[in-house]
Write a protein that binds this ligand. Structure first.
Ligand code: HEC
Length: 206
């Protein structure tokens, strides 16, 4: 009996980190990593105001929105710091990145207002706990700046129609293009990591 319990426990430990709903939706499409980054690049470069590009700038910096994160430097992001920063990252990279990416998916998909009011708490129930006291970015608020709108603005929605058309051309039928765009946008943002001492979170990924 004891052996059975032990084997079951070891089995649970060996399970890969649970993928979130967005990652699962993407997995069903069978896109290559390159295709996903390409789609993310398209999402990011939506035209108009209040888009990723408008707020964050080309290459992830120098955009028009005050306080917008520098996307070359993931170690300066709230998600990285609130989830335990360098210490947690080094202790278990795979688990840390999975949690960080899940949190960022919800932030990008729903924007900061909804993240602050709803998802932070739900993520905690999922074992993804933001400790805001660990955040050292200049504005130490215990929530996200409401100006982080992710894919929720009008110009972003227009671009998502383009993404849906592109996927249709590839013969990929999607249930909700927003789920795909969310994951793709983050995959593109990950390529902007400049590997400096403020980056190096995604850069070393194989
Ligand atoms: C209207 C402006 C605006 C738009 C549109 C916007 N962002 Fe942001 N973004 C911000 C601001 C402001 C922050 C800083 C939030 C904070 O520090 O509380 C931010 C932060 C982030 C962060 C860091 C999160 C963290 O944990 O600190 C990432 C990653 C990000 N944005 C990606 C994106 C992507 C990808 C898009 C497009 C799909 C996007 N943003 C669209 C303004 C914007």
């Amino acid at each position: 009996m004891r052996t059975v319990v032990l084997v079951l426990c070891l089995g649970l430990l060996a399970l890969p980190v649970q993928a979130d709903e967005f990652t699962e939706a993407v997995a069903k499409l069978g896109l290559s990593k390159e295709e996903l980054v390409e789609i993310g690049k398209l999402v990011y470069h939506a035209e108009g105001k209040n888009t990723c590009l408008y707020c964050h700038g080309e290459g992830g910096h120098g955009g028009n929105q005050a306080g917008a994160a520098d996307l070359r430097h993931p170690k300066t992001w709230r998600a990285y710091q609130a989830l335990g920063g360098d210490e947690a990252f080094k202790a278990n990279k795979e688990e840390f990145l999975s949690k960080m990416e899940t949190a960022l998916h919800y932030l990008i998909r729903y924007g900061a207002v909804v993240f602050n009011t709803r998802w932070e708490k739900r993520l905690k129930d999922m074992g993804i706990h933001y400790d805001w006291s660990k955040v050292t970015v200049p504005d130490k608020a215990d929530k996200y700046n409401n100006m982080m709108k992710g894919i929720t603005t009008g110009p972003m929605k227009k671009q998502l129609d383009e993404v849906e058309k592109l996927l249709e051309k590839k013969g990929k039928k999607v249930k909700d293009v927003r789920d795909i765009a969310t994951v793709a946008a983050l995959e593109y943002v990950k390529t902007l990591d400049d590997g400096s001492d403020k980056g190096g979170v995604f850069k070393s990924d194989p």
